[in-house]
Design a protein around this ligand. Structure first.
Ligand SMILES: [Zn+2]
Length: 437
């Protein structure tokens, strides 16, 4: 007897042949997909009849800062440096604690699950709380503890030890995959960047870092080091297939060559880059060079949501407009970037990112019977250009149903909203007091 069977489904597999299966079923045993077929469905403890609706792999958000959900809309329409140093950092300095991270992450998880994300890559502080939030809610998280020591000059060994303790604590979790998170070349000393690489090598985990997000970052880096951030990281022997480089908006030809040769994975965050007026990442050129690119939202403080359906559409449209070429980033490639390519960014392509027997059961069911999803001449096109996340009806992660009938069933959302409201009230008062100074 199977644990779960989803039947009468249209299945967008995202497998190597890009198979789309009509009138089919998927069976789940434990946390794995145990079978896919189109004959009579096997018996199961729980049956879900899709009635022709679409099942696809859960979406993968390759770059965010989940607990920043508590800072949604706290400061908008400002350039990155002013936004970060005058608005975000002062609030973070005062408010980041275990409670903030746990409840902020839970709020982010609720938003992600309800819009079809089943795996996210996170970077922030107090990460034991974020990891706990993943386990308590059932979502898959690649969690990195942000490491930075400029200008604070905190001891790199001390920071590395904290990261290592975190990795050791969570490495056996079935949902949390710990990673290292050196924040960027402008907030980490050379010694810290290298130290984190040692930790990443020792534990074979992702090296998650912001790279070349703004022109200013590059200019200042050139002034100080006479080379680009990518060239600098390469000369420090840091880059590898374990590197997940977020943004990569400002790259020159040599940078792209290095990224390609070192098999660096890129997290493309088009909405955040546009909102902060940082620019548009050269995704077409990266893809032409065979670089693996996934899609991220970045934190809501610069987005202002974690909706990957919205992000997919924008990811494609802004490139088309920028290049004045409608063939750039077609719908199918965008869906790949949000599923199987996202998994490749994390070295998890054998486990998640597509619907195949033996893979983890991370699945979403979309109500494709809604008016805005009809007609369906091309499934990829409808997902990228017509869907907005409101179609997500059922979400399954690691074989467990977390969302049913568009409602979270794995935890109490009302409790999360109440706790978050209390924290937000304090932030609001602090903001008001500081603006009166
Ligand atoms: Zn970021």
């Amino acid at each position: 007897m199977e644990d779960l069977v989803i039947k009468n489904a249209k299945i967008l597999t995202m497998n190597k042949n890009s198979d789309i299966l009509n009138n089919s079923w998927i069976s789940v045993k434990g946390n794995l997909i145990s079978g896919i077929g189109n004959m009579e469905a096997p018996k199961a403890k729980k049956m879900i009849d899709c009635n022709g609706k679409l099942v696809m792999p859960g979406l993968i958000n390759v770059h965010t800062h989940a607990s920043m959900n508590l800072l949604r809309g706290v400061a908008d329409d400002l350039p990155l440096q002013e936004w970060l140093f005058n608005h975000i950092f002062p609030i973070e300095n005062k408010f980041i604690n275990k409670e903030f991270v746990y409840w902020g992450t839970k709020l982010a998880i609720a938003e992600m699950l309800l819009s079809g994300t089943t795996t996210f890559v996170d970077m922030y502080f107090e990460k034991n709380e974020a990891a706990r939030a993943c386990e308590d809610s059932g979502i898959r998280g690649i969690i990195s503890w942000a490491a930075l020591n400029l200008p604070t000059k905190e001891n790199p060994d001390k920071i590395a030890k904290k990261s290592e303790d975190f990795i050791n604590k969570w490495k056996k979790s079935s949902l949390v995959i710990p990673a290292v998170g050196p924040h960027s070349v402008y907030t980490c000393s050379e010694k810290l960047l290298k130290k984190m690489k040692e930790v990443s090598d020792k534990h074979s985990c992702i090296y998650h870092i912001h790279v070349s997000e703004t022109e200013k970052e590059n200019k200042e880096h050139f002034k100080k080091h006479k080379k680009s951030p990518i060239k600098y990281l390469n000369d420090l022997n840091i880059l590898s297939e374990k590197t997940l480089a977020a943004h990569c908006v400002h790259l020159d030809k040599k940078d792209i060559e290095i990224i390609k040769n070192k098999n660096v994975r890129v997290a493309y965050n088009p909405e955040s880059n546009a909102k902060l007026a940082s620019g548009i990442a050269p995704v077409r050129v990266l893809l032409e060079n065979g670089v693996t690119v996934g899609i991220g939202t970045d934190g809501v403080a610069s987005n202002n949501n974690l909706n990957l359906f919205e992000e997919m559409k924008f990811a494609s449209l802004i490139q088309k407009a920028n290049e004045m070429d409608a063939t750039v980033l077609p719908a199918k490639k965008i869906v790949e970037m949000a599923t199987i390519d996202g998994a490749k960014c994390l070295g998890l392509e054998k486990e998640i990112g597509s619907i195949e027997k033996g893979k983890k059961a991370d699945l979403i069911v979309l109500d494709t019977k809604k008016p805005h999803m009809f007609p369906e001449y091309n499934t990829y096109s409808n997902i990228v250009y017509s869907a907005n996340g409101s179609e997500v009806e059922i979400v399954i992660v690691n074989g467990k149903v977390l969302v049913e009938n568009q409602k979270i069933i794995s935890f109490d959302l009302n409790e999360v909203m109440k706790k978050c409201r209390d924290i937000v009230e304090k932030i609001r008062k602090f903001k008001e007091a500081s603006s009166q100074k």
